[in-house]
Design a protein around this ligand. Structure first.
Ligand SMILES: Nc1ncnc2c1ncn2[C@@H]1O[C@H](COP(=O)(O)OP(=O)(O)OP(=O)(O)O)[C@@H](O)[C@H]1O
Length: 375
């Protein structure tokens, strides 16, 4: 599905006027501080339930207000739903946050829903912003987040398994921190923890394998010299030549001293190596950014194969990317058939984004003082 209507209330500097978007490409340009990122951030709220740039909801509420709302209308996009025409709204999503009451309200088609995954399942959003480097250069948590995004969209039940595992891990950590270790209680937590860890790892591993196949096919197609010699490997969070139960039993004393769980899915990672060395130590920033975008496109193609359309939010496409890399990525996003929002400070030139080919369907917007004007 694609987001074809957006309306916000009290969201940063954005105007409350409704906007219609293309289910294909949307090019947004405007001066610094005009509101381009805020538009992407509002769209991101509908698919992620949070801001992709700040951790506090408070920051996005317009100054002097205490509550913001974002409404979105989705069309059938290229999803095989058999419902509606392209551009015709078939699902409505809404999120409102009252920061004074600390209350979030979620709606799908007018009905209140409790879980964010109900929104996320309708609108898979993939963000490519200046923070995207973290997937390569940041800690393992960023790569787990990257992988789990695809895992969730492949297997929605992953969200609840993960939450259960977090609860059990927290109970287990409390038991580890107790002065006198209660071995029998710990064994109960271990049994639950290992069962959940194995379920999580199984779906992570199979999604990673799928991702790797898509990524390698993409890299072969784009034929960029520096991608040769890249190696991606999934690390589940423990040495799987031994069972997790044995590892936990063998490291009781170490975990008791540290006061928390040291082995399992909370330690999982994707290891990215180039000619045997970590990519973060070898690649330039432009190469790192291109690599992460290719990884995100590969994830998009997994969903696309499942008949789901991803909405890509590409903030400031020009930062770090030369014309050749920009064109290569724009062309790949196009062949994926996904919905894309691209922002830039300068007026975007479709001939530069898609050189030597006819530009895809797009709508162009000028952003000024939080207001979008279509050109
Ligand atoms: N809570 C808020 N209430 C009102 N205005 C806000 C709030 N938060 C930020 N702003 C203002 O909203 C404007 C939009 O910021 P935004 O980051 O979306 O701009 P941008 O067009 O992406 O800029 P740049 O090109 O510099 O990245 C800025 O002028 C900012 O000062």
């Amino acid at each position: 599905m694609a987001l074809v209507k957006l309306q916000t209330e009290h969201f940063r500097n954005l105007s409350p006027a409704p906007v219609s978007f293309s289910p294909s490409f949307n090019l947004l340009y405007g001066e610094n501080g005009s509101g381009k990122t805020s538009i992407l951030e509002a769209i991101g709220y509908l698919g992620l339930g949070r801001s992709f740039r700040v951790s506090r909801h408070q920051a996005v509420v317009s100054h002097g207000e205490h509550r913001f709302t974002v409404f979105g209308g989705l069309d059938c996009g290229f999803d095989d739903t058999g419902l509606g025409e392209a551009g015709e709204v078939i699902h409505r999503l809404g999120i409102a946050r009252d920061v004074a009451q600390k209350e979030t309200m979620l709606r799908v088609d007018g009905e209140g829903v409790r879980s964010l995954s109900a929104l996320a399942a309708h609108l898979p959003v993939s963000v490519i912003d200046p923070g995207v480097f973290d997937v390569v250069a940041g800690g393992p948590g960023k790569r787990r987040q990257f992988l789990d995004w695809a895992v969730f969209h492949v297997e929605h039940s992953f969200a609840s398994t993960w939450q259960q595992c977090q609860r059990v891990t927290s109970q287990r950590n409390q038991t580890l921190r107790n002065g006198r270790l209660d071995e029998s209680l710990l064994r109960v937590w271990d049994a639950q923890y290992t069962a959940l860890s194995e379920r999580i790892t199984e779906v992570r591993q199979s999604t990673f394998d799928l991702f790797k196949t898509h990524f390698e096919a993409l890299v072969a197609e784009v034929d960029i010299g520096w991608t040769q010699g890249l190696k991606l490997e999934f690390y589940p969070g423990w040495d799987t030549s031994q069972s997790l139960v044995d590892i936990l039993a063998n490291h009781r004393e170490q975990e008791r001293r540290m006061g928390h769980t040291l082995y399992g899915p909370n330690r999982a990672d994707i290891r990215l190596k180039f000619q045997g060395r970590p990519v973060a130590e070898t690649f330039s920033r432009g190469q790192q950014k291109t690599l992460v975008i290719l990884m995100k496109i590969a994830q998009g193609s997994i969903l696309s194969e499942m008949g789901k359309q991803v909405t890509f939010l590409l903030d400031d496409i020009n930062a770090e990317l030369d014309i050749g890399h920009r064109a290569m990525l724009a062309s790949k996003l196009r062949s994926l058939g996904c919905q894309v929002f691209i922002t830039s400070i300068e007026h975007p030139e479709p001939d530069v984004l898609w050189p030597g080919e006819e530009a895809p369907d797009y709508r162009m917007f000028h952003v000024e003082h939080g207001k979008l004007t279509e050109e």
